[in-house]
Design a protein around this ligand. Structure first.
Ligand SMILES: [Zn+2]
Length: 159
């Protein structure tokens, strides 16, 4: 698993290897349009560390352009129900691709995550944003936890 750490929160986010490999492939495919979906996984016993077990494909009603991705909702409800029933896994946040660009969150990205943080419908007070992008032509991920109106960046660390 890939490990990302936030020292201030003394918290880690893990990305399972198959999920990481898939994100790497998506970036390498050099698609021109943004893509994305939701993050599914779980927190460990003391609710401090998150484990990402899936980054879904874009729902069919999503809208993607070069600069923008509006995630749809089609099929997510039943997928989340299935995940919960079969594996006790649930919604952790959102992911999307910045094609050929830095994975730094845009103002719109932050605004949308704040909406999720404060929307009881999502039932997720600490949503995670994962952005796939590139730096000096290399694959790069941003991982940000939104909590108490603040943003906490997680930095990749060796296992
Ligand atoms: Zn973005």
């Amino acid at each position: 698993m890939k490990k990302y750490v936030n020292e201030e929160l003394d918290s880690k986010i893990y990305i399972e290897n198959n999920v990481y490999k898939r994100l790497l492939m998506i970036q390498k495919e050099r698609v021109k349009l943004e893509t994305g979906g939701i993050i599914i996984g779980y927190y460990d016993e003391d609710c401090r560390n998150a484990i990402i077990t899936e980054c879904t494909n874009p729902p069919k009603d999503s809208i993607a352009t070069r600069k923008c991705f509006l995630r749809g909702v089609k099929g997510l409800k039943s997928l989340l129900k299935k995940k919960w029933n079969e594996k006790n896994e649930y919604y952790l946040g959102e992911w999307h691709l910045h094609p050929g660009a830095s994975p730094q969150p845009s103002i719109t990205d932050i605004f949308q995550m704040k909406k999720i943080e404060h929307n009881p419908k999502f039932n997720c007070q600490e949503p995670i944003l994962l952005i796939v992008g590139e730096k000096y032509n290399n694959f790069e991920i941003s991982l940000i936890l939104f909590k108490n109106n603040k943003q906490y960046f997680y930095i990749e660390s060796e296992p």
